[in-house]
Design a protein around this ligand. Structure first.
Ligand SMILES: *Cc1c(COP(=O)(O)O)cnc(C)c1O
Length: 428
């Protein structure tokens, strides 16, 4: 048993300066970004085009389009597979907001499906029951870098003639049965935001193997125009389009990072293995898993509290918050990720997207039920989880992962000392 909890004045486990910043920057990044700076095209330039080729080759897709965010790539997918006003699109009840708001962006309507507790992903056994006559597509989110069971999803999609859009924003390099995410569905979206496994500050990528979907996505991506290559533009809006392109400097940064991505994922897997080993058998702690057939990228190491050995009968999320503050006090940058399940977010509860009830009351739209009680598993996860990204990321090595595990272990060994009223501000 280690010393007193740091949150009560004890010595913290993780030494100052243990965690280095993400992403690591080296000569490749400097050289490529400076070369772009000296170039003649700072908009959608040569680095953007090269990045598309390199990313498509890396992931194993026929087509790729650089975007200014993962959300833009998701919206392009919703539009490109043919979802429109009043159509239903199925999506998990627990994810980043834009996994679901991208559906509304195209005037379609999200229908939520509860999650499977173990994988934290959409419960594939509940998808079929959620399908309505208006359902056009499923958005699967490979959350925290663990792939959804895509064999099951694709079988359901084929049976019901639904399109499948993969949200791979957290899942670069993750695989299911040996096959990479982003190669299963009709199209997929990746994010290159600061916190993701490939960081170019902001940015993203749309991928598909189908030329029709590629063309439709390109139209949405750039002002509704249709001409390609860019030099042949006629500046004509053939349909509704947005401006989702990215710039050359960012693409140069992304290319430099992409060259190191496989190594980064290997580091994340090694650090996750150290954490799992250090934390194995800790009472009160439910560890994340990598089920049979999965290749996890360990984007996020998410744990849940198991209240049975803890003996806490009060508010669970408040107790979790206190545990998290205690872990942070030991020096670990842990956090809760989503504090709300998606259907509980105001945009869905108030149905306030486009105003005047749109798209939920567009002509012919059917009433949908966003009662949070319908998603008890997602709620249980939300209330009891905490997670972390930086301790797993390059350049962190096994030593940082070991400290992280020991800090969490210390808190759980003294879990009965956790007093939310002492650690947190009083309840309002
Ligand atoms: C980050 C993220 C997004 C959005 O990506 P942006 O690049 O920030 O727009 C979408 N879905 C998931 C699951 C994400 O984690």
């Amino acid at each position: 048993m280690s010393g007193q909890l740091a949150v009560y004045g004890g010595k913290k486990v993780v030494p100052e300066g243990t965690y280095k910043k993400w992403p690591p920057i080296d000569e490749t990044d400097r050289r490529m970004v400076l070369a772009s700076l000296e170039g003649a095209n700072h908009a959608y330039g040569p680095n953007c085009q090269a990045l598309e080729k390199e990313f498509a080759a890396w992931n194993g897709n026929a087509f790729a389009i650089t975007t200014n965010s993962g959300t833009a790539a998701l919206h392009m997918g919703v539009a490109a597979v043919g979802c429109g006003a009043g159509d239903h699109v199925l999506v998990t009840a627990y994810s980043w907001s834009s996994s679901a708001t991208c559906i509304i962006h195209h005037n379609a309507i999200p229908l939520f499906v509860d999650i499977d507790f173990e994988t934290i992903n959409i419960d594939v056994n509940q998808i079929e029951a959620a399908i309505t006559p208006r359902t056009k597509a499923i958005i699967v989110v490979h959350l925290h870098g663990l792939a959804v069971d895509m064999e099951k999803v694709m079988a359901i999609a084929r049976k019901h003639n639904l399109k499948v859009i993969e949200d791979c924003c957290q899942a670069h390099g993750a695989r299911y049965k040996g096959r990479k995410v982003g190669t299963w569905g009709d199209c997929a979206a990746f994010s290159f935001n600061q916190n993701k496994c490939l960081c170019s500050g902001e940015g993203g990528m749309f991928v598909t193997d189908q030329e029709e979907i590629y063309k439709a996505a390109r139209q949405v991506w750039s002002f509704g125009e249709t001409r390609s290559p860019a030099e042949s533009r006629d500046y004509h809006a053939y349909a509704l389009g947005w401006m989702y392109r990215n710039n050359d400097l960012t693409a140069a940064f992304a290319r430099a990072q992409l060259a190191k991505l496989d190594r980064y994922i290997e580091v994340q897997r090694q650090n996750a293995a150290v954490l799992l080993e250090t934390l194995h058998g800790t009472p009160g702690l439910i560890l994340p898993t990598e089920p049979e057939g999965h290749f996890h990228n360990w984007y996020n190491f998410t744990c849940r509290l198991d209240f049975s050995p803890i003996g806490w009968a009060g508010d669970r999320s408040r107790f979790r918050d206190a545990v998290m503050v205690a872990i942070q006090a030991e020096g670990v940058p842990a956090g809760t990720w989503q504090r709300f399940i998606l259907p509980a977010m105001t945009v869905f509860q108030a149905k306030n997207a486009y105003g005047k009830g749109c798209p939920w009351h567009c002509q012919g739209a059917a009433e949908v039920d966003y009662s949070p009680e319908r998603f008890p598993v997602a709620q249980r996860h939300t209330d009891t989880h905490f997670g972390m990204t930086v301790p797993l990321r390059a350049p962190q090595g096994p030593e940082a992962a070991r400290y992280t595990g020991e800090a969490i272990r210390k808190v759980f060994e003294r879990i009965r000392e956790i007093d939310p009223d002492r650690i947190l501000k009083p309840m309002p």
